[in-house]
Design a protein around this ligand. Structure first.
Ligand code: HEC
Length: 176
C-alpha cells in the first residue's frame, strides 16, 4: 500500500533549509547595518552634556519639544544664528528665560522657560552651539556663538517678557 508521495517531505525540508539560509544571511549583515546606523557624535559634546542636564527635561533629549508646552529647537535656532539680532535672541533666551507663549511653525507653546544665568559664558555658548549645529543643523557658513557674545548680553539683563517681545520683532524681520 502506497502512502502518498515519498519525495514530498524531502522537498519540503529543502525549501525550509533555503528559507533558514535566507534568514541567516540577514542575521549576518544585521550587525553591519546596526554599525552604519550608529549616531554621529555631536560636534559640541560639552554642549550636548549641558543640554541633557539642563534643557532636555522640557525640550526633549533630541530637541523635539513637547506638544503645547516647550517648543522644538530643530529649525528656528539655526535661522536665528545667521542673523545678528537672532544671535542676541538666543543669548537673551538662555540668560533671562522667556514666558508668555510663543508659536513655532504655526503651533503654540506656552510654559515658562527659566533663566540659566547661573551657567558661565563658555557653557552657555557651548549649549547654544549644540542646539544650533547639532540639533538644528545650521548652514555651514554660520559662525559659532562665542562666550564674548554671552558676556555682552549678560551685562544688560531683561525680563522674560522682553525676551518674548524681541522674538516677535525678530520673527517678522526673518519672515518666519
Ligand atoms: C522648564 C522647561 C524648560 C527648560 C528647562 C528649558 N526651556 Fe527653553 N523654552 C521653554 C519654553 C516654555 C519656551 C517658550 C517660552 C514661552 O512660551 O514664552 C522655551 C523657549 C526656548 C527657546 C526659544 C525658541 C524659539 O523658537 O524662539 C530656546 C532657544 C530655548 N528654549 C533653549 C533652551 C535651552 C538651551 C535650555 C537649557 C539651557 C532650555 N531652553 C531649557 C521651556 C524650557
Amino acid at each position: 500500500m502506497r502512502r502518498g508521495n515519498p519525495r514530498a517531505p524531502g522537498a519540503g525540508s529543502a525549501a525550509l533549509r533555503r528559507l533558514l539560509r535566507f534568514i541567516a544571511s540577514f542575521l549576518c549583515v544585521a550587525p553591519l547595518l546596526c554599525f552604519a546606523a550608529e549616531p554621529v557624535p555631536p560636534r559640541y559634546s560639552g554642549g550636548a552634556a549641558s543640554f541633557q542636564a539642563n534643557c532636555a527635561v522640557c525640550h526633549g533629549a533630541k530637541g523635539a519639544g513637547q506638544p503645547s508646552l516647550a517648543p522644538p529647537l530643530l529649525a528656528y535656532p539655526a535661522r536665528y544664528a545667521a542673523n545678528p539680532e537672532g544671535r542676541r535672541q538666543l543669548t537673551m533666551t538662555v540668560l533671562n528665560g522667556m514666558f508668555g507663549g510663543i508659536d513655532v511653525e504655526q503651533k503654540h507653546y506656552d510654559f515658562k522657560m527659566p533663566d540659566f544665568a547661573h551657567l558661565d559664558d563658555v557653557t552657555l555658548a557651548e549649549v547654544l552651539n549644540f542646539v544650533v549645529f547639532d540639533l538644528a543643523h545650521a548652514a555651514k557658513d554660520t559662525q559659532p556663538l562665542t562666550a564674548q557674545e554671552i558676556a555682552a548680553e549678560r551685562s544688560h539683563p531683561v525680563d522674560g517678557a522682553a525676551v518674548r517681545e524681541h522674538r516677535t520683532k525678530l520673527l517678522s524681520a526673518l519672515g518666519l
